[in-house]
Design a protein around this ligand. Sequence first.
Ligand SMILES: *Cc1c(COP(=O)(O)O)cnc(C)c1O
Length: 357
Amino acid sequence: MINVTQSFLPPLEEYTQILQKSWDKKWITNRGELILELEEKLKQFLGINFITITTNGTLPLQIAIKALELSGEIITTPFSYVASSSVISWENCTPVYVDIHPEYLTIDETKIEEKITDKTSAILATHVFGNPCHIVEIEKIAKKHNLKVIYDAAHCFGVQYNGESIFNFGDVSTCSFHATKIFHTGEGGCMITKDQNLHEKLFYHHNFGHNGPEAFHGIGINGKTSELQAALGLAVFNHLDAIFEGRKIAVEAYNQFLDFSRIQKLKIRENTVWNYHYYPVIFETEEILLKVKEALNKENIFPRRYFYPSLNTIKYLNGEKMPISESISQRILCLPLFAELPPETVATLSKLINQNL
Ligand SMILES: *Cc1c(COP(=O)(O)O)cnc(C)c1O
């Protein structure tokens, strides 16, 4: 069976060897030695100033909305995982959708301003499939209208834009370390900001608002992660070069073998070092997609319809019509992609797809 992704698992003894440290100390959570070590390593590797590792990649979005004291309307993309919209509603704000660019698949920055009202407090956009939004234009709009910017950068581990980590943009960027993501801790995530005061606020919020064992800074929630997850992260971290290289080889094989006369592929934004996180293909019609999917399923190959449905069409999210996002959502399929996917398998898989176009 081949799934859309396969979690990278380091040799078990590497994991247990790291975990031994927390056994020796009898310290398994509450920001022990391993989580601190992982945060340091990630700061160095990514080129960022402040990071707080969290339980998952959804909570940091909620914490960011709280810490930035957002209210009213938040402008967002209909083409993302449901978490980037549901956090807005969960925090008692209203998601206001702006359609996406038909090739980059990120929020269409030219359509943002017409949706700004006196209730708008922020833009929450997703760098979808690791492809950056039009960061420069979004920053300009935000400055002009005094809005905050949160980037759901769940797909962006290792992505660079204009020569620096993509996590350095926006007021807050968040990432997911879920098992299906490039770098993972089983479940996990993080929040990143360049602003030290904001970093401290985010940090307090993720730790009950603690300001010392018997003091409280303000309201908080528990968004901490454990040493067990940190150990897995440290073990995976040691294999990052191989992970990126394996994915790159698989992506290049798809680029070589798929028939692009009838398939649209993701257009990566200029000035981007991409991370080979997903391999989305857009078919001419939904019928073709369903035909291809069925042919692959028959061979025990399971691609996924990321992202379907378009979030604006989900009843409880109350969105207006978004023609481009809805059309893309119906026609886009993410093909299997992971570090250990051999190019020969990609060739076979591509042939099967080409035959069903
Ligand atoms: C994975 C993902 C999330 C959620 O991350 P979790 O760690 O599973 O909570 C949020 N947004 C996007 C775009 C994602 O792909």
